[in-house]
Design a protein around this ligand. Structure first.
Ligand SMILES: [Zn+2]
Ligand SMILES: [Zn+2]
Length: 336
């Protein structure tokens, strides 16, 4: 019997998560209670309220079927802020412990914040500037302080290759951000994802809503294969890349068998394998939608020559153009 190596965790339940959203504590339109209720109604189990420059432990909103993560979205702008022309880094710090309320600096806010909330924040003494060394120092410090670091919406931020390719220490990046798409930006960042991987970073692709307005609710997410719905298990699964992102399709299986990478999924128009070199392949639906695809790995394995940065990932695209993308997998992950 052929050996099967699963790349997605074999757990009883996958949890649906949005790791980037706002409420009336910053510039979102819904209260935190309304945001939680809306996501719960849409079948989510995990939510991170990432109000701008304001980190809060929302554990008091947990219930047996719903987990709140602690996080904050910070911004480092390139110059005196001009909303039309300035570049900016928007970065989410996702706390590995719910009560970690460290924030790198007192960033300015454009909305009032309750002093009681502000007094609980543990401000660091960094003075981040818009240059790579300064941002990388911030990311390294955030990692030391116990955060997963996520790079947000590079398209809306006006950023190009030199702004993102040298970033180090990122855990994830927004492959898709709903709110930016709703505003008219092509915030489907496949090229940025691949560029970061090619630069030698093991960075995971995320779908988030960045919900400010209800129109952005429930349109981009991740499906997380955690062993249980508690903070520790969820953070472990996030750290390990035990998830895929989606704005539509479901990936029901991803495994290596008989020297091929096999994918099973909801109805798809095409399934793509993307990789670090010139190994891309596509399987297209013929008369019926695809529910599975298989990609032989012989060439990838033979030509990667033991390269530890040899990666590949899968994108499943539905008839309506919505897609699901996996985390990157490396040669060592694929050898049975
Ligand atoms: Zn942002
Ligand atoms: Zn945001």
């Amino acid at each position: 019997m052929a050996t099967v190596k699963h790349l997605l965790p074999q757990v009883p339940q996958y949890f649906k998560a949005n790791l980037h959203t706002h409420c009336t504590i910053s510039d979102g339109k819904l209260t935190k209670e309304e945001v939680k209720a809306a996501y719960k109604d849409l079948g989510y189990q995990i939510l991170c309220l990432t109000d701008h420059n304001t980190i809060i432990d929302h554990s008091d909103m947990n219930d047996p079927d719903f987990l709140m993560l602690t996080g904050v979205e910070i911004n480092i702008n390139s110059q005196e802020w001009n909303r039309y022309t300035s570049k900016t880094y928007h970065i989410i710090l996702l706390a590995k412990e719910p009560d970690n309320l460290w924030c790198p600096a007192r960033f300015s806010r454009w909305f009032p914040v309750d002093p009681e909330i502000d007094n609980k924040i543990c401000y660091g003494d960094l003075t981040p500037k818009y240059d790579i060394d300064s941002i990388n120092e911030l990311i390294a410090t955030a990692n030391e302080k116990g955060f997963l670091v996520m790079y947000n919406h590079p398209t809306w931020s006006g950023q190009v290759y030199p702004d993102y390719a040298p970033l180090k220490g990122l855990w994830g990046m927004e492959l898709r951000n709903t709110e930016c798409c709703m505003l008219g930006y092509d915030e489907n960042n496949f090229r940025v994802y691949k560029d970061l991987l090619k630069a030698g970073n093991r960075v995971f692709p995320l779908g988030t809503d960045d919900m400010h307005y209800p129109r952005s609710l429930g349109k981009s997410w991740i499906m997380l294969g955690a062993s249980a719905l508690n903070y520790k298990s969820v953070i472990t699964a996030l750290e390990n890349g035990d998830f895929y992102m989606s704005c539509g399709p479901e990936i029901t299986g991803l495994y290596v068998e008989d020297n091929a990478l096999k994918v099973t999924c909801s109805d798809a128009q095409r399934v793509n394998l993307e990789a670090y070199g010139r190994f891309s392949k596509v399987v297209l639906a013929q008369d019926e939608p695809l529910r599975e695809a298989a990609f032989p790995l012989e060439n990838f394995i033979a030509h990667s020559d033991g390269d530890p940065n040899a990666f590949l990932y899968i994108t499943v695209t539905a008839q309506d153009g919505s897609y699901a993308t996996t985390c990157p997998y490396y040669l060592k992950d694929l050898l049975v």
